[in-house]
Design a protein around this ligand. Sequence first.
Ligand SMILES: Cc1cc2nc3c(=O)[nH]c(=O)nc-3n(C[C@H](O)[C@H](O)[C@H](O)COP(=O)(O)OP(=O)(O)OC[C@H]3O[C@@H](n4cnc5c(N)ncnc54)[C@H](O)[C@@H]3O)c2cc1C
Length: 400
Amino acid sequence: MTTALIIGAGVAGPVAALALQRAGIDAVVHEAHEGPADDAGAFLTIQSNGLDALRAVGLDRAVVGAGFPTPSLRILSGSGRHLGTVPNGGSLADGTVSHTLRRADLYRVLRDEALRRGVPIRCGARLVGAVTQGGRVRATFADGSEAEGDLLVGADGVRSRVRTLLDPSSPPARYVPVLNVGGYARGVSTSARRGEYVMVFGRRAFFGWAVAPDGQTWWFANPARREEPRPGELAATTSERWRDLLAGLYADDRSPAAELIRATPGPLRGWATYDLPSVPVWHGRGMILIGDAAHATSPSSGQGASLAIEDAVVLARCLRDAPGTTAAFAAYERLRRHRVERVVARSARISTSKAAGPAGRVLRDLLLPVGLRIAAGRGSGSLAWLHEHHIDWDEPVAVA
Ligand SMILES: Cc1cc2nc3c(=O)[nH]c(=O)nc-3n(C[C@H](O)[C@H](O)[C@H](O)COP(=O)(O)OP(=O)(O)OC[C@H]3O[C@@H](n4cnc5c(N)ncnc54)[C@H](O)[C@@H]3O)c2cc1C
């Protein structure tokens, strides 16, 4: 039986292991961190296309059960003007819509499901090297241990080690000029309806929120920041400093941002935004990249996790149907590259518009309502290509 080494137990890794299992390939997942994911304040949306891909490997129910539905997006200007309401993804045939959940919960659910179905996950295993000999890949880890398989899947995120092993000249992640801070506020009543994200292109910074079923308001802020933060700078920024900074940024907006931030207990943390517009080498010598390792997108698209899940399922189908690993990897790249790079480019445009200066803001607020109407429609500017993407597990992959 073919065996795979999967590097990374984030989103793409556990899904790939389960999809490969379904394709008759044994996988072991190697994860650098010892414990569960710790990402206070970070939540994300699995959009309809991501849920569709999860369904192909029977993971959709577990993920949906850890979140709440958020099928709609209402967009306002800092003065409170309604700029548009658009669907936040599509809906599956049975009516399932995009869901929001904490990143740590998504990781936990996927890992638990992988373990329950017999996939070994080795924690504390940080990949440092890999060589290919006689058609086998041998991986080495920071603790001196080794593992061998017929192929190696790099699901090791935006700072992927596998990417640099495949191509030492691979471009580094690109800084996108907005920061991220998020949190969970209690006891504030806002205009957000159940199932709805409200997002505000504020005078100085972007802000969004949704209300969870328990009444807490989940919010995120995107302060614009032209220069990339210095290493360690954000980690050294205290919660008090974040609170001061955010209070100033949102003071003049007609939105509940400042109140929500005040009503958020506990520490606040911020992190920078990076993406990877086009990684030249995705595979070679029995190794392949999936998820953020191949094509990280800024969070503005709400698609990073969904694309990582799609990748994992498509790769397993290719390995199931192609006559060998090299042909499978080529088929995977052919099926994936155009789609994912289109999403990364779109997301970078949205992120940049969040950081617009005064003139750009005026133009944006004028043009956005038109753009939103087009995106919500069924015409050529529609997002159906993104949200209604369907993966049919049983359909054989056409190998060129
Ligand atoms: C603030 C924020 C908000 C986001 N919002 C959204 C959203 O709304 N919707 C959405 O779809 N996506 C969103 N994303 C993006 C999403 O989290 C990622 O796209 C997704 O997690 C990618 O999955 P992945 O498995 O490719 O990488 P990751 O989830 O990053 O997993 C990589 C794993 O590899 C491990 N690893 C790294 N190096 C090594 C090594 N050398 N050896 C072994 N293991 C290693 C890491 O510890 C990690 O567990 C957001 C991201 C952030 C930061």
